[in-house]
Design a protein around this ligand. Structure first.
Ligand SMILES: Cc1cc2nc3c(=O)[nH]c(=O)nc-3n(C[C@H](O)[C@H](O)[C@H](O)COP(=O)(O)O)c2cc1C
Length: 326
């Protein structure tokens, strides 16, 4: 996007995206028409809720707690979605009307074969990018995340096999909670991932003091925290991943303002997936973030977003922080 004299365009591999503000996978992309609304509001790319082969109800209610102090959100949704078939039918009617934003379809399977089938269906419905979700700790298919993220040979096979079956870029969303994140991202790079989306995660527990019981409906009452306070942890993850691999990185976690976007770019990200700030502030927040970003660019004499990418990395040691550091 050229905004006056400013060039907000970012390149993620061969993909040219009009600006680095993306709708992250989650409840705001549950239908193609809600993705279209975020595209119309100005997002560079819009992601679907993660889709599975069958429709899913997700975990028992309550699935999330919004507006925790300081802007946190705690959720254990468990992947509720209408299933890829119903989504695909709706997307075919809407796809031609999502014009200036790239469409990211997020999918989660239990086996390599299922991932291939989901990715192929996503490509056929008009996706520009497929986002493989191996990051969800709240999903009901327990153990899946462990197998994808702990067995690096299996992970390698997953990525290479899916890539062989599609023509569009393949992004992988993985979870930072594993001490082995940097090994995971090296495997993703070796296997040919087109971008890596490292989700910085902190687990949480909310307690109802009247009953003494956990509030969330998921087992043990646990969920994951998202939202603005996560930003600093996510910045560290992004800087670590960008110093480990050359594969493009798309940040996610705690981005809520135009200044935050610039910080993520300077840490090396080429785009930022955002959802909690949009759930809390509403869709108008897309425009607010774009104008905050362009105001800062004008004020500082920065003409091109691309020039900001990785600007802070030269001030950090060449190697990431040691693996024992939280
Ligand atoms: C309510 C909710 C639902 C989410 N659902 C998904 C999902 O289906 N797939 C996925 O990859 N990430 C999902 N996420 C994670 C977000 O895509 C995002 O990476 C994370 O919330 C961090 O960004 P944020 O701080 O801007 O929310 C979800 C997050 C929230 C809060």
């Amino acid at each position: 996007m050229k905004n006056g004299a400013l060039d907000l365009t970012v390149r993620i591999g061969d993909l040219v995206v009009r600006n680095p503000i993306f709708l992250a996978p989650g409840g705001l992309g549950r239908t193609p028409s809600s993705m279209k609304r975020f595209a119309d509001a100005g997002c560079g790319a819009v992601a679907s809720k993660t889709l599975t082969s069958e429709p899913r109800k997700g975990n028992p209610n309550p699935k999330r707690i919004r507006r925790l102090p300081s802007g946190w959100m705690l959720n254990a949704e468990g992947g509720p979605n209408i299933g890829i078939e119903a989504f695909s039918a709706a997307m075919r009617k809407t796809r031609s009307r999502i014009r200036d934003s790239h469409v990211i379809i997020s999918v989660a399977g239990r086996t390599i074969e299922e991932f291939v089938s989901l990715a192929t269906q996503a490509e056929n419905m008009g996706a520009d990018v497929i986002d493989l979700d191996i990051s969800c700790p709240n999903a009901t298919n327990k153990g899946a995340i462990d197998s994808w993220q702990k067995d690096l040979d299996l992970l390698y096979d997953l990525i290479t096999t899916v890539k062989k079956n599609i023509r569009i870029p393949l992004w992988i969303k993985c979870l930072s909670a594993y001490g082995t994140l940097l090994e995971i991202v090296r495997t993703l790079e070796d296997a040919g991932a087109d971008a890596i989306v490292p989700l910085t995660s902190i687990g949480g527990l909310a307690i109802d003091i009247e009953t003494g019981k956990p509030v969330l409906g998921f087992e043990h009452g646990v969920g994951i925290l998202t939202g603005p306070p996560l930003k600093w942890a996510a910045l560290k993850t992004v800087a670590d991943v960008c110093r480990t691999v050359k594969t493009p990185v798309v940040a996610t976690g705690g981005c809520a303002s135009g200044q935050d976007v610039i910080e993520f770019l300077m840490a090396g990200a080429r785009g930022v997936q955002i959802i909690t700030a949009f759930m809390q502030e509403g869709i108008k927040h897309v425009e607010t973030m774009i104008s905050q970003m362009t105001d800062l660019m004008e004020k500082n004499g920065w003409n091109r977003v691309e020039d900001l990418i990785g600007r802070s990395l030269k001030y950090l040691p060449e190697k990431p922080f040691p693996a024992w550091y939280p």
